[in-house]
Design a protein around this ligand. Structure first.
Ligand SMILES: NC(=O)c1ccc[n+]([C@@H]2O[C@H](COP(=O)([O-])OP(=O)(O)OC[C@H]3O[C@@H](n4cnc5c(N)ncnc54)[C@H](O)[C@@H]3O)[C@@H](O)[C@H]2O)c1
Length: 344
């Protein structure tokens, strides 16, 4: 028998996850809830195997085998705690909380609960990014000098989303931060970020930036460069490059990469450009949720833990502070504010 999956939150990504889950062979049915009745109606209208219940609590007590949390970020930590408290394997969209304090508190509160949690850093399931990671792990690149990760969105989200997002590092660059530490299997020790605003004034009003670049120093000495923007008119540009002493690899170069190549005679890439993250990563989202079904069925361990999400939150916090204070920020500076030193 297949799984019955509960879904909390049916907005942009939750509705998309409902579609994906309903097409997976491991899934028999969906129990869904959203605070917005129109989102519920849209989902149950599209998916015959989805049954709506009143709210998040009703999802958790409806006899589901596992839960997918795709509601707004401020709800994540409390819902993860409730879901694992009910003994249900839990997938939650990134990030686990808006602040490091809340992320660290969640990790503390569920420390002794033996129920798997998977966080939705979907790029781990992109075949090209996974191949880049495998090349690094196999030593094919020699020592890695530089890793570059880019997330260039074609157009900004609504001002209300930006105001509640926690800023470009906690909302957007977290994907890059997760990808680079996962690809290298290495930890960031220092962060130096700069931000700029040339777009809509609502970014300034929200205390945010519309574009940013971040230099990351890893424990090994590898240097990371993360570039993000809300204004990349040519399309959705998400790429990873890893350069080593022996070889270099790139993930995300295809005929839909949104760049205009000025090399005379070259026709690459032929286009059309990627426009939207859901199209660019459709296969990755499907693989991610298939992996969660294996976790929920007890066949696999979580491929992206709350500890991974907490490390990413520390990097995002350091980047945010680096821009505010115009200085490099050590990860230990942030960590020491939230975790007491361990007794020797
Ligand atoms: N991994 C990814 O690529 C990716 C992409 C997009 C969004 N996200 C994350 O997914 C989350 C949702 O983003 P979105 O773009 O879908 O936002 P959205 O605003 O479109 O949808 C959020 C939905 O959650 C519902 N909701 C809020 N509180 C609720 C509650 N207590 N119970 C039930 N429903 C509730 C809202 O009514 C809304 O329909 C965010 O945390 C975001 O960071 C991840």
């Amino acid at each position: 028998m297949g799984l019955t999956i509960g879904i909390i939150g049916l907005g942009r990504i939750g509705g998309f996850h409902a579609d994906t889950l309903s097409g997976l062979p491991d899934v028999d049915g969906l129990i869904v809830a959203d605070a917005n009745p129109a989102a519920v109606d849209a989902t149950t209208g599209r998916i015959p195997t989805a049954r709506a219940v009143r709210d998040a609590d009703a999802v958790l007590t409806a006899g589901v085998d596992a839960v997918v949390i795709a509601s707004a970020t401020p709800t994540h930590a409390a819902l993860i705690e409730k879901s694992v408290g009910a003994g249900l394997p839990t997938f939650c969209e990134k990030p686990i909380a808006l602040s490091v304090a809340d992320s660290a508190e969640l990790v503390r509160r569920i420390r002794d609960v033996d129920v798997p949690v998977q966080i939705g850093y979907n790029r781990r399931f992109d075949p090209a990014m996974a191949a880049a990671r495998a090349a690094v792990a196999a030593g094919e690149l020699g020592f890695v000098t530089t890793v570059r990760s880019t997330t260039l969105d074609p157009a900004p989200p609504p001002a209300a989303y930006v105001a509640a997002s926690g800023g470009i590092f906690r909302d957007c660059a977290v994907h890059d931060f997760d990808t680079v530490r996962w690809v290298l299997d290495d930890e960031v020790v220092e962060v130096h970020a700069v931000g700029g605003n040339q777009g809509d004034p609502s970014f300034v009003d929200a205390g945010d930036v519309d574009s940013a670049s971040v230099l990351l120093t890893f424990a090994s000495g590898t240097i990371g460069v993360v570039s993000v923007t809300r204004y990349n008119g040519r399309g959705y540009d998400c790429r990873l490059e890893v350069h080593g002493s022996d070889d270099s690899v790139v993930a995300g170069w295809d005929d839909h990469t949104p760049v205009r190549n000025t090399q005379p005679g070259s026709t690459f890439p032929v286009g059309p450009a990627h426009r939207f993250f859901m199209d660019r990563f459709a296969a990755a989202y499907r693989a991610e949720l298939s992996a969660f079904c294996a976790v929920a069925a007890g066949h696999a361990t979580s491929p992206c833990s709350v500890h991974d999400a907490l490390e990413v939150a520390l990097i995002a916090e350091a980047a945010t502070r680096s821009v505010e204070h115009h200085r490099p920020v050590r990860i230990d500076e942030i960590r020491s504010e939230f975790f007491a030193p361990q007794p020797q």
